[in-house]
Every structure is written in structure tokens, then in C-alpha cells.
Design a binder for this molecule. Structure first.
Ligand code: NAG
Length: 183
């Protein structure tokens, strides 16, 4: 199915779940990825996207984990689609267990990302410590060539009980390939 994906498995999930009636061939573009602006989150991390060219982006980041990241963390992803007048709620996905969620949607990709981040072995639970993602280069052409058109914003929250402890925001667009496009 979806063989290849992005950062920490998350973007992957986002790309795969977006659903609309307007479906077909196109190209992916991650406009930007950043942490949400909540200051009370306890996960200290940073992520930076480095544009390389039309088909490739590089990602750098770091994460300080002050406790093991285990099966007691949950996840909630709020997805909205940009339409005239704002971003309209589109879909909410959640799971009491973040690890199950990632393993369900993006196990292989999560492994690759964990490997790049220096997690040994590249699997959950991730033990407390400092992690860095260096020049993880992602090729968008490896993503499924068919998708649902639109510009989506997804906020992925890491939950501990009902508390939001971390959040990353990603803006991604799937653009229709025009048939008469000549480049
Ligand atoms: C884009 O960048 C990647 C990674 O550096 C490279 O492998 C690829 O050939 C480049 N593609 C184009 C069209 O320049």
C-alpha cells in the first residue's frame, strides 16, 4: 500500500487520511511544518524544512525526551481543509496509543525516521534522551501518485491522558496535474 512516507510517520498518516470526492493524479507539496504555538507543551522539539527542489525536501530537527515515550501516550490529529474563508474542519483521528497508531499507518516509515534520528533500535518505545534528525531527505515522488486534491492543515497532538503535551502542525497540498501541462 503506502510504501514510503515522511517524518516520524506522522506526515504519512496525514497524507493518507485526507479524503475528498475530488480524487486523482497529482503532486505533493509540503508547504511547511512547524511546532504549534502552545507554550505549555512539555515536549521540547524543533523541526525545520529545507527546500531542495521540486521533488525533494530535507528535514532537520531535534527532540528532548525527559521520559520514555511508551504505549501510555495517545495521539489526536485534527485535519482541516483550506476553503474560501478559512480552514474547515475535515477529519479528526485519534488513538489512545500513539505507538499503535503509527504502527498501523506507517510502521516502515516510522522506522526509517527513527533510524535517521539515531534511535537504536529504531522502534518504540523510545527511551528518554536527546535526539537529532539530520538531513533526512524525502522524495515526494515516492508518495502515492493519486490522492485527494486540496490544501490541508493538520495538527498532530501527542496526548498524555487528556493533556496535550506536544503538537506539530503540517500544511500539505495535493495538486492536480493538468493534462496539458508541458513541463
Ligand atoms: C533534487 O534533489 C535531490 C536531492 O539532492 C536530487 O537527488 C535530485 O536529482 C534533484 N532533482 C532535480 C530535478 O534537480
Amino acid at each position: 500500500m503506502f510504501k514510503t512516507c515522511v517524518i516520524l510517520g506522522l506526515a504519512c498518516v496525514l497524507l493518507q487520511v485526507a479524503a475528498d470526492d475530488d480524487f486523482g493524479p497529482g503532486t505533493w507539496k509540503v508547504h511547511f511544518i512547524e511546532k504549534c504555538d502552545q507554550h505549555n507543551h512539555k515536549f521540547i522539539f524543533d523541526i525545520k524544512q529545507k527546500k531542495i527542489n521540486r521533488t525533494h525536501d530535507g528535514f532537520n530537527g531535534n527532540l528532548i525526551l525527559d521520559e520514555d515515550f511508551d504505549e501510555f501516550f495517545g495521539v489526536r490529529i485534527d485535519i482541516c481543509k483550506h476553503v474560501d474563508g478559512g480552514c474547515k474542519q475535515y477529519q479528526v483521528l485519534s488513538d489512545d496509543c500513539f505507538i499503535n497508531f503509527v504502527n498501523k499507518y506507517a510502521e516502515e516509515n516510522a522506522k526509517v525516521a527513527l533510524t535517521f534520528a539515531g534511535v537504536v533500535p529504531p522502534e518504540f518505545p523510545v527511551h528518554s534522551g536527546n535526539y537529532e534528525l539530520n538531513d533526512y531527505i524525502f522524495d515526494y515522488s515516492e508518495l502515492p501518485s493519486d490522492g485527494w486534491y486540496g490544501y490541508f492543515c493538520a495538527k498532530a497532538f501527542v496526548l498524555q491522558g487528556s493533556e496535550e503535551v506536544g503538537c506539530v502542525e503540517i500544511h500539505v497540498e495535493f495538486i492536480k496535474i493538468e493534462e496539458d501541462e508541458d513541463d
